[in-house]
Design a protein around this ligand. Structure first.
Ligand SMILES: [Fe+2]
Length: 371
């Protein structure tokens, strides 16, 4: 008998259970009682635990517990035939091996049995030695298949565990990035504004408008990051200009207007911030082309920047400044609606106006949830 467990190098790593072949449970299925009896007696003498039934239907109920190692089935039987039983066994009990008994001249049927997953076929009446060898071969192959499946399952579990660990690690890296960015922006806000949460409010308004425009997932998170980092370039603007109480001179404006480009230069080489970097570069553009630094117009301005422009203006109008009180939400709405097509993208304005004052108040009050 060929020893498959040793001849197959793939199985060397497999955990093949040392099951005694002779203790295996075998079910004989044949409508001819004489055939059943002969084979039963023979296999009992070989040390197998043998049961026998007279039909495919009975075979199915006899194997329902799932503890049958091998089924030896006749092909032609009244009622459901051996092929039907083979199909049922493959479906219901894939761990049970099936050996088929076929008549002389029925080669096509024999090939069909193998195609549908039978371990082997024997011509009727089978020779004793051939039958025993075929059983041993089939049982041996079954043990290897089972071990291979167990090994596969273990591998799949390992891959799943490792994938989970990786996802967790990536999430924690992302969370660290996010808190680093929030800390950096809070420091910048504190330098320029009375309160330190201007940028976070703008993020919330930007995300709300982007959401009502249909953005979700990664795209939404990137738009939120662009809004968060919009003024990061002001790090390169001297205090004497950024914090000057009076109006800026022409030269000072030139310096001030460099901040989108400075921000872009800071962020562009950080791989997960390339899209936010584009928003930072474009956040002072106007829909009619009158903005800076590139004088982009219409759809040429990244969508995140078009959305941000509205959120930033809304926050500026409604926030208190040292020299004036913040104006009402309705006044801000009117102003933004008036500037649709000049300063702002009219589609983004429409999405903004769809948010009611109650929602905007909630967003202003909410704790920052930047994606
Ligand atoms: Fe800015």
């Amino acid at each position: 008998m060929p020893d498959l467990a040793q001849s197959d190098p793939e199985t060397s790593e497999l955990d093949v259970e040392p099951v005694a072949e002779t203790g295996s449970s075998i079910l004989i299925v044949d409508d001819d009682a004489a055939v059943r009896n002969v084979i039963s007696v023979l296999l009992c003498e070989e040390g197998y635990q043998v049961r026998s039934v007279g039909s495919a239907e009975d075979a199915l109920s006899a194997t329902s517990a799932g503890d049958t190692h091998l089924v030896i089935s006749d092909l032609k039987m009244p009622g459901h035939d051996g092929l039907w039983l083979l199909d049922q066994m493959r479906k219901e009990h894939p761990d049970t091996t099936v050996l088929m008994l076929t008549g002389f001249g029925d080669t096509e049927a024999a090939v069909e049995c193998l195609r549908r997953g039978a371990a082997d076929y024997l011509l009727k009446p089978p020779k004793v030695t051939e039958l025993v060898r075929a059983i041993e071969r089939a049982l041996s192959r079954r043990r290897i298949d089972l071990a291979r499946r167990r090994y596969q399952r273990r591998l799949e579990r390992k891959v799943m565990d490792k994938t989970e660990e990786l996802v967790e690690a990536l999430q924690s890296v992302e969370a660290s990035y996010q808190s680093t960015l929030l800390a950096l922006v809070a420091a910048l806000d504190a330098r320029e504004h009375e309160t330190s949460d201007h940028s976070q409010r703008v993020v919330r308004f930007t995300i709300a408008i982007a959401t009502s425009l249909g953005f979700t997932g990664k795209e939404l998170a990137e738009i939120g990051r662009g809004a968060l980092l919009h003024d990061i370039g002001k790090i390169g603007v001297p205090d004497s200009i950024l914090l000057k109480p009076g109006p800026l001179t022409r030269e000072e404006w030139v310096e001030m207007r460099k901040h989108p480009d400075i921000g872009f230069q800071i962020l562009k080489s950080i791989p997960f911030l390339t899209t936010p970097a584009e928003i930072v570069l474009s956040h002072q553009e106007r829909f009619d082309g009158g903005g800076y630094p590139r004088g982009l117009a219409g759809q040429g301005i990244p969508i995140g920047a078009r959305i941000f422009a509205i959120a930033d203006t809304f926050d500026a109008i409604t926030s208190d400044r040292p020299y004036r009180k913040g104006r009402s939400y309705d006044a801000a709405r009117e102003e933004i609606a008036r500037c649709a097509t000049t300063q702002f993208d009219p589609d983004c304005v429409k999405a903004f106006l769809a948010l009611d004052n109650e929602r905007l108040r909630e967003l202003r009050a909410a704790v920052a949830q930047v994606g």
